[in-house]
Design a protein around this ligand. Structure first.
Ligand code: SAM
Ligand code: SF4
Length: 376
């Protein structure tokens, strides 16, 4: 397990009020190098913050970190059974991830999600969550398949995790085994129930909608919102994972609009909820009297590119400015350079400049990459 890491705050060169330089132990050398870059070190203030913004004036304030490309499931829409994972030597260390996160934080990235692959298979991930919280991210979240969640719940809560999304596409154990290629429904369901007893409640449940696979369970999944403080959201299937001619996508795709219509046919009217965060991708609704909410995420039928505030860091050190294009920008060399923070900032600004106005969401544009590689 990595040891504690020293935190550094910066003031940009134009600031005029120097604050005390702090150095300690083995990180002193790094601190001094950063001090040279910035002129001096100081407490970062809101007023001095430069906000990372792309060429279309979209604020980039949300970072999704894929801490591993590995996973203990093999969901059919995400990766093949015989997927070749990357050699571990190509994967960023947790300390390198933290340096990148800190560089992002300095440019106004305030929200961070830890994801994968399956984040809980990465050794030390709870420590990473704790360090991210200490760095000062306002909103620290994780997306997990839930398999290793129950035993990690206390650690994650103590580490300061704010919220959790758990993936669950079906309430039927056999179908679960078919979709994930692993027979672990009970363990995941137990973890969801346990999470509801912690400060991470209400939990968000993500289900990928697939015609002929789990669309018969739209109402059953929606009914969970009457029983539990859960936010259940169906995600439109995206054409990834080698579906290069789009045929699998075409036969399985079901739109968010149809999901909402079918849920209402069975369970009554839904009332739309104003999102707390205008950049949030989900359209959220409530059934009358339900403690939870029901929603859809529609990257395919109604892409939310115009309000996209996201950056993705892959486990092997690339930044993806857009989920639905093949663009990536290597940042590993910058992270490993002698002066990582200015080098990362340069890469971040370049990424912001090339972030496209919209992704390519047509089936014909199906991608070879898997969601687990990009960091879903
Ligand atoms: N392993 C974790 C999990 O499954 O929650 C985190 C990583 S996973 C890649 C993140 C999310 O991406 C999951 O909710 C998963 O359902 C979703 N996902 C993966 N492939 C997808 C696809 N082709 N279309 C839509 N969502 C997908
Ligand atoms: Fe693993 Fe998550 Fe992909 Fe399923 S969706 S294979 S759990 S990374």
């Amino acid at each position: 397990m990595p040891g504690p890491r020293y935190r550094i705050y910066y003031m940009p060169i134009e600031c005029t009020l120097p604050a005390p330089v702090e150095t300690r132990g083995r990180f002193a050398a790094v601190t001094i190098r950063f001090a040279r870059y910035n002129g001096y070190l100081g407490r970062r203030t809101k007023a001095s913050m430069v906000q990372l913004t792309d060429s279309f004036d979209r604020k980039m304030d949300y970072l999704r970190i894929s801490v591993t490309d590995r996973c203990n499931f093999r969901c059919q829409y995400c990766m093949p059974e015989d997927i070749q994972f990357q050699d571990k030597s190509h994967i960023l260390t947790l300390e390198e991830i933290l340096i990148f996160a800190e560089a992002c934080l300095q440019l106004g990235v305030t929200k961070v999600r830890v994801t994968g692959g399956e984040p809980l298979v990465r050794r030390g991930v709870v420590w990473l969550v704790e360090q991210l919280k200490k760095l000062g991210f306002h909103d620290l979240t994780m997306t997990t398949n839930g398999f290793l969640l129950k035993e990690n719940l206390d650690g994650l809560v103590e580490a300061g995790l704010d919220r959790i999304n758990i993936s669950l596409d079906t309430l039927q154990p056999e179908k679960f085994a078919f979709i994930t290629r692993r027979n672990h429904f009970e363990k995941v369901w137990d973890a969801i129930m346990a999470a509801l007893e912690t400060p991470l409640s209400p939990v968000k449940i993500n289900a990928v909608a697939m015609r002929g696979v789990n669309d018969d369970e739209i109402a059953d999944m929606a009914k969970l919102t009457f029983e539990y403080p859960m936010h259940v959201r169906f995600i439109e299937l995206m054409p990834l994972n080698g579906d290069t001619d789009g045929s699998r996508f075409k036969s399985l795709f079901i739109s968010g609009k149809e999901i909402l219509e079918r849920a209402q046919e069975e369970l009554g009217d839904l009332t739309e909820i104003e999102p707390d965060d205008p950049a949030a991708p989900a359209d959220e609704f409530k059934f009358e009297g339900a403690p939870g909410t029901f929603g859809v995420i529609t990257p395919v039928s109604e892409p939310f590119c115009a309000r996209c505030s996201r950056l993705r860091l892959t486990a092997d050190g690339k930044i993806h400015p857009c989920l639905l294009t093949d663009l990536d920008v290597p940042v590993k060399d910058a992270i490993r350079s002698p002066e990582p923070i200015p080098a990362i900032h340069e890469v971040l600004w370049h990424t912001a400049r090339i972030k496209p106005p919209a992704g390519l969401t047509l089936p014909e544009e199906s991608r070879n990459r898997t969601m687990s590689q990009i960091g879903g």
